[in-house]
Design a binder for this molecule. Structure first.
Ligand code: UD1
Length: 427
């Protein structure tokens, strides 16, 4: 088990280069399956989820070479369309491999991904969309078998702009017969990037960035290279950390336009924010002000992935802030851990009411999910004394070299890889 030890109350100052996007990289890697050749992806972060995805691609027969931040995926020969059960269990986002597999092999076998710690996360919209495109789906004892006599383009309207369902349907549509129109599609920057990358590979997608995507099916793609965008959620997490600790930092490698809703909240709280070409500067000098109400919603709204880190930030801003979570039903798990550090937060269904305190204190806490873990880091950096965060593998799923990046900003944070014996002794 890995553990982070943080001695809080250090100002954060300096320059930080933002990692490549996790939620951008994973669908790009899935898209490589559509092409019987090589796709080269740059700026891919070294995080656990990327390594799990590489294992799945290799199990399917791809040859993957990952050096520096460049990942070459040779998908010339696939050995089958059955996803490896163990990795599917580990990584929920394996679900969006079924669209590309159907496009490539006309079949896919996967498993019902278990309920995730942040909510039920059903896959009904993914399967509904694929059924519209002439895919037969059977499910028995958790095994989902999908096959098609030929993917057929279709016009459809998603009941909710699901990121994963949009990605899956979009990738299946790239090689379908005829035209697919997805209405009420998700518009997250990761979807925009996926469409642009697919077009670079030879797909024909229009309406990119809008709620309606039109995909004209093609028969083949070609070798291509793509540079993954910066991670807007990782960037926003570091901005929240600087806001909570005080200081001034410049983040490079991120499009400020993707962070608009987060930057608005930080500005309202009294931080000074300056946006450059692919950089953002934050200055947090004065005591911050509460922001009365924040509500998560699909892009361009406030991202659900930033809800936990922003909860940690407003725990140390005097006054009351209410956060409403509208995307995932179980995303306030971190509240109990923040409470151990002195935070005063009450939850009631989809709302968290934060009564900001002057100071948190260090404690021994546990990361239960990726963004909740990031929230504990923000809280630990702002808290008086030492915080020990256990189960940091959740954080390592999505944040590349988090502690090294924060040390460069002046934080006192150390990663400790605990041996199994140490962990057993402690238990
Ligand atoms: C993606 C992101 C995740 C982010 C989320 C919302 C990746 C790898 N993950 O997750 O970090 O928090 O978008 O921005 O990119 N839903 C259904 N049925 C479905 C699919 C989704 O009811 O078939 C519901 C979900 O339960 C949830 C909501 O729709 O309540 C949003 O889910 P979705 O946008 O699909 O999120 P993910 O793609 O899983």
């Amino acid at each position: 088990m890995s553990v982070l030890n943080i001695r809080g109350r250090q100002k954060l100052e300096g320059f930080l280069s933002v990692q490549g996007s996790k939620n951008g990289a994973l669908p790009l890697m899935a898209a490589a399956l559509l092409h019987e050749g090589t796709t080269i992806l740059h700026n891919i972060p070294h995080i656990l989820d990327v390594h799990f995805m590489i294992q799945i691609l290799e199990a399917l027969g791809c040859i993957c070479t990952f050096e520096g931040g460049t990942l070459a995926i040779d998908a010339s020969v696939l050995q089958g369309a059955q996803l490896p059960r163990e990795q599917v269990g580990r990584m929920r986002s394996s679900i969006f491999l079924i669209g590309p597999l159907l496009g490539r092999c006309q079949e896919a076998v996967t498993y019902q991904p278990g309920g995730c710690s942040i909510g039920e996360r059903p896959i009904d919209l993914h399967l509904w969309g694929l059924r519209q495109m002439n895919v037969d789906i059977t499910e028995e004892e958790g095994t989902i078998c999908l096959s098609t006599g030929g993917l057929t383009g279709k016009e459809m309207t998603l009941a909710f702009p699901s990121v994963g369902a949009t990605e899956n349907i979009l990738m299946a549509a790239v090689k379908a017969n005829g035209t697919t129109v997805i209405k009420n599609a998700a518009r997250e920057p990761e979807i925009v990037q996926l469409c642009l990358c697919l077009n670079r590979m030879g797909a024909k997608i229009q309406g990119i960035g809008s709620k309606t995507l039109r995909i004209d099916g093609v028969t083949a793609l070609h070798d291509s290279e793509w540079t993954n965008q910066g991670d807007r959620i990782a960037a926003a997490t570091y901005l929240a950390a600087v806001a909570a600790c005080g200081g001034e930092a410049v983040l490079h490698g991120i499009e400020a336009s993707q962070l608009y809703s987060v930057l608005s909240v930080l500005s309202l709280s009294g931080c000074e924010v300056f946006c450059g070409t692919s950089s953002v500067c934050i200055r947090s000098l004065e005591p911050l002000r509460r922001v009365p109400y924040i509500r998560t919603s699909p892009f361009p709204g406030f991202p659900t992935d930033m809800q936990s880190p922003i909860l940690a930030l407003f725990s140390v801003v005097p006054g009351e802030t209410v956060i409403e979570e509208t995307i995932f039903e179980n995303r306030f798990q971190v509240v109990g851990e923040l409470g151990k550090m002195g935070a005063q937060i009450e939850t009631d269904g989809t709302r968290a009411r934060i009564c900001g305190v002057r100071m948190l204190h260090g404690a021994c806490v546990r990361a239960r999910d990726l963004r909740g873990g990031a929230a504990l880091v923000v809280a630990g950096l702002a808290a008086h004394g030492t915080t020990r965060i256990e189960d940091c593998s959740h954080i390592q799923r999505g944040y590349e070299d988090l502690e090294k990046r924060l040390v460069r900003l002046g934080a006192d944070i150390r990663l400790e890889e605990e041996t199994q014996t140490q962990s057993a002794n402690r238990a």
